[in-house]
Design a protein around this ligand. Structure first.
Ligand code: GLN
Length: 241
């Protein structure tokens, strides 16, 4: 089998890291390696430059409003580079605070409105309560996603933007429209911490497959023994909000 490589950029790895979202990076890298795919991870910090063609997958985690305020100023300077990367087929996985900054803006409870990248037709405004608890999502393909949410921001998607799925337990994007996250082309955003991918191996593999498409074409990933991951997924499905 030809050797494939997967190049992952971890945006603001040292800043947006308080909700354990680094577990997503570990999952992506390990599930690729288990298939003989050389997965490299590059942490991109404030002010560090990168070429839009350099990476196959960009990951950005969640953070408190104060970290988001610092990140937003830096992230908007990369708007063209990231929009180009998406145009070239790169995958983005953004969690919570990172997800909020992919839309047009995030208006936190305190402080100025943060301008987003507008790679998603969405916006976020601070809610009057924190949405904290277990979340279960049903996708259009009938698969489920499980995770944990902890946010006050309420995200509203544009009318033509596809959600990641429908909430069956918990709040999701805003606790009002029954939607969670976003799946817009190769751009995925979600409020699911946990971290998301270890308990959702099918979704992790989907992201790896999509990210490989850009430089390697359609790569069929060999099945893994996901019995432990799926047991955790099933257990999470039984948890209350
Ligand atoms: N600070 C944002 C909010 O409270 C995002 C929080 C997070 O990333 N978990 O909505």
């Amino acid at each position: 089998m030809p050797a494939h490589d997967l190049r992952i950029a971890h945006l603001y790895a040292h800043f947006l890291n308080i909700y354990g979202d680094r577990g997503n990076i570990i999952t992506l890298q390990q599930r690729a390696k288990w298939r003989g795919i050389d997965a490299t991870v590059t942490a991109i910090g404030l002010g560090e430059k990168f070429d839009p063609d350099q990476f196959d997958l960009y990951f950005i985690g969640g953070g408190q409003d104060k970290q988001q305020q610092v990140i937003a100023e830096d992230l908007i300077k990369r708007q063209d580079v990231i929009q180009d990367a998406v145009k070239q087929g790169a995958v983005i996985l953004a969690i919570c605070g990172g997800y909020q900054l992919l839309g047009h803006y995030y208006k936190p409870a305190q402080g100025d409105e943060l301008k987003g990248l507008s790679v998603l037709d969405a916006f976020t405004v601070a809610g009057d309560r924190r949405m904290i608890g277990n979340v279960t999502v049903k996708r259009d393909d009938q698969t489920t996603l499980v995770g944990f949410e902890n946010h006050s921001g309420k995200t509203f998607l544009g009318k033509d933007v596809k959600a990641l799925g429908k909430v069956t337990v918990g709040n999701g994007n805003n606790g009002e429209d029954g939607l969670e996250g976003v799946a817009s082309g190769s751009v995925y955003g979600t409020y699911l911490h946990g971290s998301l991918l270890p308990k959702n191996p099918h979704f992790a593999d989907r992201l790896i497959t999509e990210a490989l498409l850009r430089r390697h074409g359609n790569v069929v990933l060999a099945p893994l023994d996901d019995s432990i991951e799926l047991a955790a997924h099933q257990r999470a499905l039984s948890l209350p909000a």
